[in-house]
Design a protein around this ligand. Structure first.
Ligand code: NAD
Ligand code: TYD
Length: 352
């Protein structure tokens, strides 16, 4: 049976990509991993320090919008597979600047598909795996769950660009017969997440005595999954998923945003001995996000039944691990909190 050997992992310096590489590079010495990342504000090579010296890990700084740069990577490594994480990933940023989202998420994905179609020899092809989001399905009301058959109905430029990229991946499978798989996953949390997203923002602001900004009333619901459980699902689908298929991935851990923040405050107080009620006093209700999806919930029964995937962390154990990681990695936190990051925080929250 054909097995993956030389894998281009795009966006490997970001949150999910770096967690995936940290797990998979040491576990699969039979594979070469080429991390192709242009290092936007969200990419950080410090997230890869533990594996950067391993012989089967390579880093190439390249922009997926640049087909010439990608062609050079293909010529040098002749990959048989792509695991595609790279994207502009933050909904709030897509509201203030949608163009980059279309350029990277749509055109970047198209470039990778073209390289995979034209430069990867027929006999050498293993798999193009695309990492996507449950946000392509739009918003749920109080009941129901997203299945793989749910109609696409994206609300933000982020989710619309991810929806377009999913359609391109499927179109390349149907038109050119490329071996592709797609995973659509719920909200991830865990180590190495850039602190513009809810979980790390709240953890770090709680620790630093800063406001905890909740959009609207905090009643919106997300379905949370510990990042390593997502990473395991990605490998399983990449290696064993049926070509042309989509798999929804989710942790069955629906929470209102306000309850997430209470849980984070509890976990931070528990880990540090800080006063719980004092941190609760930092909660601040701010202007809601425009087009804010009310609820996401994933039905992950297909990946469970067909591939035997099960998450291993509960929401509580994953949260405790996450808080511990941010407490133990102040150097990483300082390095991502660059000038660009502070500028974004000032700009985003000044208007709310
Ligand atoms: P992230 O923003 O933390 O990281 C994105 C990475 O991609 C960064 O390293 C960045 O430098 C790189 N990148 C961005 N534009 C690039 C370009 N033009 N060329 C090369 N590299 C580029 O994102 P993440 O949270 O790790 O998400 C990874 C993938 O998973 C995305 O496709 C996202 O849509 C999807 N996803 C994320 C979540 C979540 O909760 N974070 C949930 C489901 C799906
Ligand atoms: P986020 O982490 O941005 O992920 P996504 O928008 O992809 O779901 O936000 C998660 C939820 O938390 C979302 O409903 C918006 C909300 N939120 C806040 O209430 N305050 C914040 O400061 C942020 C960043 C998000």
């Amino acid at each position: 049976m054909v097995k993956p050997q030389t894998i281009v992992a795009t966006g490997g310096a970001g949150f999910i990509g770096s967690n995936w590489l940290n797990l998979m590079v040491p576990r699969h010495p039979e594979c070469e991993f080429i991390n192709v990342d242009c290092l936007t504000y969200a990419g950080n090579l410090e997230s890869l320090e533990a594996i950067s010296g391993l012989p089967n890990y390579h880093f190439e700084r390249a922009d997926i919008r640049d087909r010439v740069a990608l062609t050079k990577v293909w010529k040098q490594y002749q990959p048989d597979s792509v695991v595609h994480f790279a994207a502009e990933s933050h909904v709030d940023r897509s509201i203030s600047g949608p163009t980059e989202f279309v350029e990277t998420n749509v055109m970047g994905t198209l470039n990778l598909l073209e390289l995979f179609r034209t430069e990867t020899a027929e006999s050498n092809r293993y798999r193009f795996h695309h990492i996507s989001t449950d946000e392509v399905y739009g918003s749920l009301g109080e009941t129901g769950m997203f299945t793989e058959e749910t109609r696409y109905d994206p609300s933000s430029a982020y989710s619309a660009s991810k929806a377009a990229s999913d359609h391109l991946v499927r179109a390349y499978s149907r038109t050119y017969g490329l071996p592709v798989t797609i995973t659509n996953c719920s909200n991830n949390y865990g180590p190495r997440q850039f602190p513009e997203k809810l979980m790390p923002l709240m953890i770090l602001n709680a620790l630093e005595g800063k406001p905890l900004p909740i959009y609207g009333k905090g009643e919106n619901i997300r379905d949370w999954l510990y990042v390593e459980d997502h990473c395991e699902a990605i490998w399983l689908v990449f290696e064993k998923g049926a070509s042309g298929e989509t798999y929804n991935i989710g942790g069955n851990a629906e929470r209102k945003n306000i309850d997430i923040v209470h849980a984070i405050i509890g976990a931070v107080a528990e880990a540090t001995g800080m006063d719980n009620s004092k941190i609760e006093g930092q909660i601040t209700y701010v202007k809601d996000r425009p087009g804010h999806d009310f609820r996401y919930a994933i039905d992950a029964s297909k990946v469970r039944a067909e591939l035997g995937w099960e998450p291993t962390e509960s929401f509580e154990s994953g949260l405790a691990k996450t808080v511990k990681w941010y407490l133990e990695n102040p150097k990483w936190v300082d390095s991502v909190r660059s000038g660009e990051y502070r500028q974004w925080i000032d700009q985003n929250y000044a208007q709310r």
